[in-house]
Design a protein around this ligand. Sequence first.
Ligand code: GLY
Length: 357
Amino acid sequence: MERIRIDASRCYDVIIGGGVLSRIGELTASLVKGRRCAVVSDDTTHRLFFDDVRELLENSGFSVSDFVIPHGEESKSTENYIKLLEFLADQGLTRADCVVALGGGVVGDLTGFAAASFLRGISFVQIPTTLLSAVDSSVGGKTAINLRAGKNLAGAFYQPSLVLCDTEIIKNLPEDIFSDGMAEVIKYGALGSWQILNLCHMGAHEHLEELIAECIRIKRDIVAQDEFDLGIRQLLNLGHTPAHSIEKLSGFEISHGRAVAIGMCLMARAAEHLLLCAAGVAEEIEELCRKYSLPTECMYDAESLAHYAMSDKKRSSGKITLVFPFVRGKSELHTFDINELRGIFEKGFLPAISEMF
Ligand code: GLY
């Protein structure tokens, strides 16, 4: 078991290990004074885990209610956000009580934003049930819902009180959900850790706890320096600018992890051709994506990608900050004029330099 302390505006532990979910009752009871708890899940995580979670919380003295949303990105909507707030009010939750997010990124982001705004802030616990949410969205306090204009356009920085990551759940995920999360794991390798890249080559299932813990340590160090995403935290967006365009262009048919994989490969190839990055970096990222059944090539053209990236939050006053790998296990930020975006993306459609000779 690993326990990683996150040092942000609220300090909390991320506990990682096989079977740690069994401690949800005692740990939550030690963190909050109230004994009402609303568990938010989607139809899948409700079916698989809710009964156990309810029993564990009830055994620790909680009165438990449940709010269930359909699985999928479309549930991260303004409608569900309002419904959830009304539900929390109807259940009579007070600021001493808490909300539990039992699910992947959609459940975690929606629940976190509701927790941030209900009564101006109520405690919440994250139980990530996908690899993607375990290594990324459940930690660091970014909460959000989608607006018609784009993903995550309304939200808050609001840290959870506890993150419980049960590796037994993650280990047993369906292959496509697991590989979706591997895109974010490879991202952590490319932006900050050649050790993660090595573990990915060796086999993610065999080194799961170590891999998740290493990703969280990188995120911990970045969040400690820049909780509110004004600078270095943007490194965590490696591949995400094209990825958000790809998700939107596909009508969210292409999952976040797959879009991140494509976006990361595209940015790595562009970095090599812009001479911002050592040759060979893009080829390794592509190789790892293929190892985990992730796509590496973009099906939309550079102009469409650039068009949708115009509404990206990371753009300000005609400028956009992009993340580029520059050597194995390290990335850096570069700011460009927004008009250069299409040309940069075009370079990402060329083969990796090491594959050209
Ligand atoms: N998922 C990117 C971040 O937490 O900043």
